[in-house]
Design a binder for this molecule. Structure first.
Ligand code: 4AD
Ligand code: MG
Length: 479
């Protein structure tokens, strides 16, 4: 017999028929006559109730049906008498495929803290919370591809191992085949990378943008979606050492078109999750509401998770320049009452507290901030006519802060080379990148969306470690 997934059974597929289901036991309750076994197979947040009358089963088998065990059940799918579910299965046979010793299985019925579950990341998928989070993550990644595919963008795979530091931020993991205990040296005493597999110094990529720009100069519109790496030792709830980034790059786009695309894209993937993961999101909304109850009044969410997401997809994002953002901060009561930890003045890199003030207290919606001072942004961003700012854009989201960083790119060769030199990048080392300016260069733009930050926004999870299956941070890399 063919197995049916729990999600389909709960929708009444094959009602009054003999069905086969397989999954993991969430709970078992009952008395000496009848057992109610809640089974989950990951296809939905909901469990299927299996009714097993004690007299029909071998006592030993039922004893092994404990929380966490993998079982196969055959039986009849019938309309349920009990409340809480429309359908249930009246079991005729139960096979225990894999036992889970109740003495040692870590996920017993009681609720566990997220911190504890992070230590057993391999088992946390089996909880309601992480089931919901990773189903939503899956839907969002599918929506990313769907959006760009519908727009005719080419999905470009960019390298993980690279010699360039795209962001010029120097936060790279080195990749080498050299023996670290016995490094080969040149006569001058430098590490001799010529003896490395790659014959030069290489790193894990911090961004696929450079390669994306090159590809956009042939396909017009491309996007990347892959893992990126930053060796920043920031232990925050927003940073990972390994995270996934979506980087579209478009020829013949200016900053305004770039911002329009980013806004449309973000709304599209959130709407797609609202339409396709309703039950998971409702569960997560409930979870957030519960969590809120233990917080002081002023830190509680004004809207439920679902209301927040609906408001984001149904309203325009705010758009302001960096200079306007600084003015808003300087004129705020928050600033006057000296509540910001970091000083505010034109030229500063906006700190997370500043970003969050703008989106959470002032505008109460996502904000696109454009035209940042050139000195705090990467060398490839297009210089504005004022000579002080660049055509950059960051998108800030309530509860998160920066989710997107992007810009119109500097297509003018002379200005680009000048900028590279001023930040200490050897133009010759990036000859291939500059070739796209040399030969048929054109105005173009792009952005990078931090995928985990969006998953955080959509699921309402407070810590970025809880929205990626196996977080890589200074503490989490055991497996
Ligand atoms: O602002 P960033 O550094 O921009 C770039 O990498 C550009 N090359 C993008 C482009 O224009 N193609 O990073 C983009 C986004 C950030 O807005 C943030 O959402 C996310 O990537 N991000 C991180 N997410 C998790 N952990 C980290 N350590 C992150 N660093 C950046
Ligand atoms: Mg950024």
């Amino acid at each position: 017999m063919q197995r049916t997934k729990v999600k389909d059974l709960l929708q009444g597929a094959e009602v009054d028929k003999e069905v086969l289901l397989k999954g993991w036991v969430r709970t078992k309750r009952g008395n000496k006559f009848v057992n109610f076994i809640a089974v989950n197979d990951g296809s939905t947040i909901n469990n299927l109730q299996v009714v097993a009358e004690a007299e029909k089963f071998n006592e030993e088998t039922l004893k092994d049906v404990t929380t966490g065990a993998a079982i196969a059940v055959t039986g009849k799918l019938v309309a349920s008498q009990g409340k809480g579910q429309a359908y249930e299965v009246q079991a005729t046979s139960i096979e225990v495929l894999g036992k889970a010793d109740p003495e040692t299985y870590p996920l017993q019925k009681k609720a566990h803290s997220l911190e504890f579950l992070r230590e057993i990341a391999h088992l946390r998928f089996r909880t309601n919370t992480f089931g919901a989070v990773f189903r939503v993550r899956n839907t969002l990644s599918f929506a990313v591809h769907k959006f760009f595919n519908e727009k005719g963008f080419v999905y470009m795979h960019t390298p993980i191992i690279t010699a360039s530091d795209a962001e010029g931020a120097g936060e790279m993991f080195r990749v080498t085949t050299l023996d670290l205990d016995n490094l080969p040296r040149t006569e001058e005493g430098q590490i001799n990378f010529e003896e490395d597999f790659f014959g030069r110094s290489t790193n894990l990529t911090v961004s696929g943008q450079m390669e994306g720009e090159v590809a956009a100069m042939a396909f017009s519109d491309i996007y990347t979606f892959g893992p990126t790496f930053r060796a920043e030792n920031s232990n925050t709830t927003r940073h990972l050492a390994e995270f996934w980034m979506i980087e579209p790059e478009m020829a013949f786009y200016d900053l305004k078109m770039n911002a329009d695309l980013a806004e449309e894209f973000i709304k599209y993937i959130i709407r797609y999750a609202l339409e396709n993961n309703r039950e998971d999101l409702e569960f997560l909304a409930q979870r957030q509401a519960e969590e809120d109850k233990s917080k002081p009044q002023n830190e509680r969410q004004e809207m439920t998770l679902i209301e927040k997401l609906e408001s984001v997809v149904n309203n325009d994002f705010e758009r302001i320049t960096y200079t306007e953002a600084i003015d808003i901060l300087l004129n705020s009561n928050h600033y006057k009452k000296k509540k910001f930890q970091y000083d505010v003045k034109w030229g500063i890199d906006l700190q997370s507290e500043h970003e969050r003030y703008l989106v959470e207290k002032h505008f109460k919606k996502p904000v696109i901030v454009t035209d940042y001072p050139k000195d705090i942004k990467a060398f490839y961003m297009r210089m504005n006519d004022d000579g002080k700012t660049v055509a950059a854009m960051d998108i800030l989201a309530p509860g998160i802060g920066e989710i997107v960083g992007g810009s119109q790119r500097e297509e003018r060769m002379d200005i680009l080379v000048e900028r590279m030199k001023s930040v200490g990048i050897e133009p010759e080392a990036m000859w291939w990148f500059l070739d796209t300016r040399r030969f048929g260069g054109c105005p173009h733009a792009g952005f990078g969306l931090g995928f985990e930050r969006v998953v955080q926004f959509v699921t309402g999870m407070g810590n970025i470690r809880d929205v990626i299956p196996f977080p890589r941070t200074p503490q989490n890399a055991e497996f």
